[in-house]
Design a protein around this ligand. Structure first.
Ligand code: URA
Length: 436
């Protein structure tokens, strides 16, 4: 077998077999297949797509490149959730304690933020001391005894995805549906779980800009999950506007805490409750969606889920009091109020908001950049809310001095219109157990 014969086949859209795909992935990891050769393969996939068999072989080869987490000794339902990435998306921090309140364990590999989208690991690190660097034994024990544990994508978890993603990033092949689907699913399947819920974001602040591409990605990931006999459900959610009121790391943990204490905004509560309810259905805790949502509301009211978030952070060494006493702990040099120039209904653009937040210091442009946990944006007014002239629309928090630049960038982030521009928050739910 050699690379030339494989690339010739892929170029002519002839299906590759398992040993050819293994040869590619193993060869690339062993440096026998070079970057320029793999780039050609990725571009051929970009244009010619992958068959169901090829997707299965590729995902399998990626999983086999690293370690599998079997969660030895952990019994009962184990859930995972993944978001394809959005602006202000702190849903995982709300979802995990919600499902854990019903005895479902959450074992999750999370990522860091890059570009305008945030990452769960960065958000949690705003609780000083919190660490994702725990041993497999600690991970198992946390999941077993504390019901929630989150680790980062270390060197040994799907290493093939790490190197392939880095190459895709510089060869214009990130936005290929089979490559995104196999990349996400290989990480979800490397951990033993009984259900996976995927939140595929659609809109200006997301990878998938339209519903057709999002549906294709969703169905491709479900297909991969089915090949592994995993229970995979998907929600397609709107990312034309940011989720919730806060964008930025510590701000988002605070908002998750407030939401679990019953003081969240409707959009964030709705997506978190929907994802959690589907997980409860997928694991047979309830068989009626409406009842699952009602029971979730009860654990919010009782503060049970809020306490589980706090315990989880403390258990992985984080200082949660920093979030509880937020105003004493997260101060920024500059607090900039952005006010409306006229009255009308507010429309946000999540892509511009994400970029502004990144520039304020809340994100990183390259992997080496350092995050400023206190910086970010607070939306005083929510999407589609009516604003009067000169009202505060949103507030910027930053330790950087480019105040005028940030004010100018703010104008790209919103429009004020005479009419509401309402669009659905949850665009579609694909789950065999969803029954509304
Ligand atoms: N997230 C991933 O993990 N992989 C992709 O390819 C895109 C988003």
């Amino acid at each position: 077998m050699n690379f030339n014969s494989i690339i010739e086949k892929k170029k002519k859209n002839i299906e590759l077999n398992e040993s050819e795909i293994n040869f590619l992935i193993e060869g690339f990891l062993n440096n026998k297949i070079k970057d320029y050769q793999m780039s050609a393969f990725l571009m051929a996939v970009y244009f010619n797509n992958m068959t169901k068999n090829e997707l299965y072989f590729l995902t399998n080869a990626m999983i086999r490149s690293g370690k599998k987490y079997d969660l030895e000794g952990v019994e009962g339902p184990i859930a995972d959730k993944h978001s394809t990435g959005g602006v202000g998306d702190k849903t995982s921090l709300i979802y995990a304690p919600l499902v854990a309140s019903f005895g479902i364990k959450v074992a999750k590999i999370s990522g860091r933020g890059l570009g305008k989208t945030g990452g769960t690991i960065d958000k949690l690190e705003s609780c000083t001391g919190w660490t994702s660097l725990i041993s497999e034994e600690e991970f198992n024990s946390n999941v077993k005894n504390k019901y929630i544990s989150i680790i980062g994508q270390s060197e040994n978890i799907v290493p093939a995805d790490k190197v392939l993603y880095a190459l895709r990033d510089v060869t214009g092949t990130v936005d290929s549906i089979p490559l995104i689907a196999s990349s996400i699913m290989s990480k979800k399947l490397a951990v033993r779980n009984t259900s996976i819920i995927l939140d595929v974001k659609v809109g200006s602040g997301a990878f998938m800009q339209n519903i057709d591409d999002a549906l294709l990605l969703a169905n491709t990931m479900i297909e991969i999950g089915n090949l592994y006999n995993r229970n995979v459900s998907v929600i397609l959610t709107n990312m034309n506007f940011p989720l919730g009121r806060s964008i930025g790391n510590a701000l988002e943990v605070k908002e998750a805490w407030e939401t679990l204490n019953g003081n969240g905004c409707t959009s964030l509560e709705e997506i978190s409750t929907t994802a959690a309810a589907i997980t409860l259905l997928d694991n047979g805790i309830f068989n009626d969606y409406k009842i699952a949502c009602e029971e979730i509301n009860k654990v919010i009211k009782s503060k049970k889920a809020a306490n589980l978030l706090k315990e989880f952070v403390i258990n992985q060494n984080g200082d949660f009091d920093k979030i509880i006493n937020y105003d004493d702990n997260f101060k920024t040099k500059n607090v900039i109020e952005i006010r409306s120039e006229k009255k009308g209904y507010l429309n946000y653009d999540s892509n511009s908001i994400g970029n502004l937040s990144l520039n304020l210091g809340a994100g990183r442009e390259t992997k080496e950049d350092k995050i400023d946990f206190a910086s970010g944006i607070y939306l005083n007014k929510l999407p589609n809310e009516f604003v009067n002239e000169n009202e505060i629309i949103f507030t910027l928090y930053t330790n950087k001095d480019s105040v005028e630049i940030f004010k100018n960038m703010s104008h790209e982030c919103y429009k004020i219109t005479d009419n509401k521009n309402e669009s659905d928050l949850i665009l579609k739910i694909i789950s065999k157990n969803y029954n509304l």
